[in-house]
Design a protein around this ligand. Structure first.
Ligand code: GLU
Length: 428
């Protein structure tokens, strides 16, 4: 092979300057590397479901391994049909076949949406690590809406009104995620109604990221679609409630009045990923059909996450860490501000310093608040309480008893140990 010593004359797209691998993916890679080097690492970085894919869905995938054809761009008809029923049953959402688009993960669909839609993007902070970089890659203007701990890290109708009032004619997209990654907080029906009123008043489009909806601990999740059907895109998928992050299947339900937008997204899909993996789509038909076994699976996952989060919160309550009890999903978003002076002596000034030092000293991997859009020097972090064997936890789920400490120690022990390690680290 003959090599010339000069590289091709190409330049990086300006929009990518300063961006690197997504924080959630990077922490998982780092955790893996450190584990391979022989360190004991507690993986509370990436937000991946600890639970296995339910058996009927695995069986459906096995049966459909032979499916090899490209499928319809918007998704397999049978799957969209099963989704219509699922969304009506679970969320009270009415939709038709042409309102749905299935993609290789909702992340990809969010990127395409931001590409085809021209306007300002409103992103509450803290929020998931990828919304902002996606908008930046595409070159959209982002308006970050700061939330406060006092308001449970949630935006208010007043904040939306204040932004829109200044320039009511501008086209806007709000990304709303509940139960929230990273805070675990969710919006009540009343709060969503208030938001819906002001969003409708200014005709703001909403991307309602409800990927954790089925993991709402109270099982009383309400979708904003119910209050603002004409302006809301519902986003969901298999990753979180069905333990199938790596299967990459996400979906949008888009209102009929925005058909041009759905079709524009389908155009981009047809020119990029073509269609989502065929065997996965066939298996997903089963995942979204009514099935008591799957309902029981979800209920058990919810109960385990609820009991585990209670136990974690109780541990932090014995410290000066400020943290809200989560209402769904598998994240908490504690604030270590009370330790600021102590940390300063160790050279910890930012949330990134905090996470780096914690990982170095103890092997506990978590993500800094700055990755979720918070100010650098705010000492908030995200803990994904998922480092345990979800298969064993489900197999040994007690049929008639409560999930007591013994159960949690036995089956969610690694996560509890990691929290103990953080607590001990603070007291040193
Ligand atoms: N949503 C998960 C997280 O926040 C992981 C998946 C991803 O970021 O792509 O950790």
């Amino acid at each position: 092979m003959q090599r010339h010593n000069k590289s091709p004359k190409i330049h990086l797209n300006e929009n990518l300057r300063g961006l690197s691998t997504s924080a959630t993916i990077a922490i998982q890679q780092l955790s893996k590397t450190l584990t391979e080097q022989g360190r004991e690492i507690y993986r509370l970085g990436l937000g991946q479901s600890p639970f296995p894919v339910p058996d009927p869905v695995i069986e459906a995938l096995k049966k459909n391994a032979h499916q090899k054809d490209y499928l319809a761009v918007k998704g397999l008809e049978e799957l969209r049909h099963s989704l219509i029923g699922h969304h009506r049953r679970i969320f009270g959402i009415e939709s038709g076949m042409e309102d749905i688009i299935v993609g290789p993960g909702s992340k990809e669909l969010m990127f395409i949406l931001q590409l085809v839609y021209d306007g300002e993007i409103l992103i509450p902070t803290p929020s998931w690590v990828s919304y902002y970089p996606q908008a930046r890659i595409i070159g959209r203007h982002v308006n970050a809406i700061m939330t406060t701990r006092e308001n449970s890290w949630k935006i208010t109708a007043g904040q939306i009104d204040a932004i829109c009032r200044l320039d009511p004619g501008r086209s806007r997209l709000l990304i709303l995620n509940y139960p929230s990654n990273p805070t675990g907080q969710t919006y009540s029906a009343g709060e969503l109604k208030e938001l819906a009123e002001v969003l409708a008043k200014y005709q703001v489009l909403v991307l309602s990221d409800e990927i954790y909806a089925k993991l709402t601990f109270s099982d009383k999740h309400t979708s904003i679609v119910n209050f603002y059907p004409e302006g809301t895109i519902f986003s969901g998928g298999l990753s979180k409630w069905c333990g199938a992050g790596g299967w990459r299947l996400g979906l949008f339900v888009i209102p009929e009045n925005l058909r041009w937008l759905t079709d524009a997204m389908a155009t981009v899909a047809s020119e990029t990923f073509t269609s989502t993996s065929a065997p996965i789509q066939y298996a997903a038909v089963t995942a979204f059909q009514q099935n008591p076994d799957i309902d029981i699976y979800v209920e058990k996952c919810r109960k385990i996450l609820t009991a585990l989060s209670d136990s974690i919160i109780a541990k932090f309550q014995k410290t000066k860490v400020d943290v809200l009890a989560p209402q769904g999903g598998f994240y908490i978003f504690p604030d270590f501000d009370q330790y600021r002076q102590l940390f300063q002596k160790k050279g910890i000034l930012t949330s990134t310093d905090l996470c780096d030092q914690l990982l170095q000293d103890t092997g506990v991997a978590i993500l800094p608040g700055v990755d979720f859009g918070r100010p650098k020097d705010e000492l908030t972090v995200r803990i994904a309480y998922v480092d345990f064997d979800g298969t064993a936890a489900l197999k040994n789920f007690p049929d008639h008893a409560a999930l007591n400490d013994d159960y949690l120690q036995k089956y969610c022990g690694r996560t509890l140990r990691a929290v103990d390690i953080i607590v001990d680290w603070l007291s040193e």
